[in-house]
Design a protein around this ligand. Structure first.
Ligand SMILES: NC(=O)c1ccc[n+]([C@@H]2O[C@H](COP(=O)([O-])OP(=O)(O)OC[C@H]3O[C@@H](n4cnc5c(N)ncnc54)[C@H](OP(=O)(O)O)[C@@H]3O)[C@@H](O)[C@H]2O)c1
Length: 391
């Protein structure tokens, strides 16, 4: 059997794809969050924060900004000025936009004070080391956006925050494994640099799993909103017991801000859904976002999926020894610390609406829909072949 594509390789490809896609600045749609009941009450007594976001204009950042502004905080962003937000672009007039480059120009951050810095754009250990050291005497708290990728290889169940991480590249990895491991090692060491500079009591590390929702330009989840909106007979890859994990980007974004407000510290997995879910349960629940008739054909033979080059369709990732626990990560500490989850139907519907809004160019949509390698394009033929084998 051909080696399944690893989760990291997939992320890298998705990330590269996201950088290559032109982004239309666009005010938008129904991705606004209603303040939750329990947070409304505390707003009157809330201390207003000055927040610096390293990044802020792609996927997670705009949602953090929208929520922070809605709670009266002020926000500065630090970017190269290249990426334009595809959600909440109208709010950026209220944001101080600092320009520089994490690679070699941090001047705009010098001699400035903030209550909190959120490091979203940290994809290099040296970058985090440099910003954390530059800001440690002028900023109260460092929040580092890490990833559940730090747990690679995912060998066990119920992976918790205190799991020992791989901090150096091991020998003897395949090319695919190397991609995945390098990302994990980079994130794990970046976490340590933030903690080294700010100290444990002033650092929050969030490790999200796959984030879904409006403004995700990686195209890795969009299959499900598009496909479920059509209905009819739908191919679902994976074995009956294959677990899935994902989290709405807005749940993560809002939780970041509340953690900052509460001056919490520590390391947390940013993982949903609230309780364990299989791929089968995921599609059945997600389908409720649309008022169409659907039936599901579970294609549970990994060899067949490999033959058809289908190794993932996020949130489903083909299992394997090193991927065993990638969707078995514990969220109990995070729930305790205030992570909440909106309904999956809302995530799916809002992502669908965003995809069909002017936030995405017609060309982008067309490129995805015409790509012969997507499950969307391959599904019909795969279903025919699958039924032929099964009959
Ligand atoms: N997406 C997921 O499912 C997922 C899962 C787990 C973890 N994560 C992590 O979540 C984080 C969030 O990423 P995001 O893209 O959504 O964050 P974001 O804050 O919305 O945007 C990232 C920003 O980084 C800026 N940037 C890129 N290179 C830069 C440089 N050299 N110097 C200064 N700024 C630079 C970009 O603007 P310019 O291009 O204008 O510079 C952009 O604003 C990442 O650390 C990622 O590893 C993501």
């Amino acid at each position: 059997m051909k080696k399944p594509q690893t989760r990291r390789e997939f992320i890298i490809k998705s990330t590269l794809a996201s950088f290559a896609i032109p982004i239309l600045g666009s005010g938008l749609i129904s991705c606004k969050s209603e303040p939750k009941e329990e947070t409304k009450d505390s707003e009157t007594t809330l201390k207003k924060l000055n927040i610096l976001i390293l990044g802020g204009t792609s996927f997670l950042g705009p949602h953090q900004i929208a929520y922070a502004l809605s709670r009266g905080h002020s926000v500065s962003t630090f970017t190269r000025g290249k990426t334009k937000p595809s959600v909440y672009s109208e709010l950026f007039d209220q944001v101080e936009q600092l320009i520089g480059d994490r690679e070699d120009n941090l001047k705009a951050l010098e001699n400035r004070k903030w209550d909190v810095v959120i490091d979203n754009s940290g994809r290099n250990v040296e970058w985090t080391k440099a910003t954390a050291n530059l800001l440690k005497d002028n900023v109260g708290m460092y929040m580092y956006t890490s990833s559940t990728g730090v747990y690679y290889p995912y060998l066990t169940d119920n992976i918790k925050e205190d799991t020992k991480l791989v901090l150096e590249m091991p020998e003897g990895l395949t090319e695919n494994e190397k991609y995945e491991q390098e990302y994990g090692v980079m994130k794990a060491n970046s976490e340590l640099e933030a903690i080294k500079a700010f100290g444990k009591e002033r650092t929050i590390v969030i490790r999200p799993t796959y984030m879904i929702g409006p403004a995700d330009k990686t195209d890795r989840f969009i299959h499900w909103p598009i496909r479920l909106a059509i209905g009819d007979e739908i191919l679902v890859p994976g074995k009956k017991e294959d677990p899935v994990q994902y989290v709405d980007v807005r749940d993560i974004a809002e939780w970041f801000i509340r953690l900052a407000e509460n001056k919490q510290h520590g390391t947390y997995n940013g993982v949903g859904p609230k309780t364990a879910q299989t791929m089968q349960q995921f599609v059945k629940e997600a389908a409720k976002a649309f008022d169409v008739q659907s039936s599901f054909v579970m294609v549970d033979d990994y060899d067949f999926l490999v033959k058809n080059n289908l190794y993932y369709s996020v949130p489903w990732i083909m299992g394997g020894e090193k991927n065993y626990g990638s969707a078995r990560i514990s969220n109990s500490k995070s729930i305790e610390a205030g992570l909440t989850f909106r309904p999956l139907t809302q995530s799916v519907k809002d992502t669908y609406d965003w995809w069909n809004s002017d936030a995405i160019t017609k060309e982008h949509r067309q490129k995805y829909e015409d790509n012969p390698n997507t499950l969307l394009s391959k599904e019909k033929e795969m279903l025919e072949n699958w039924k032929a084998i099964k009959s």
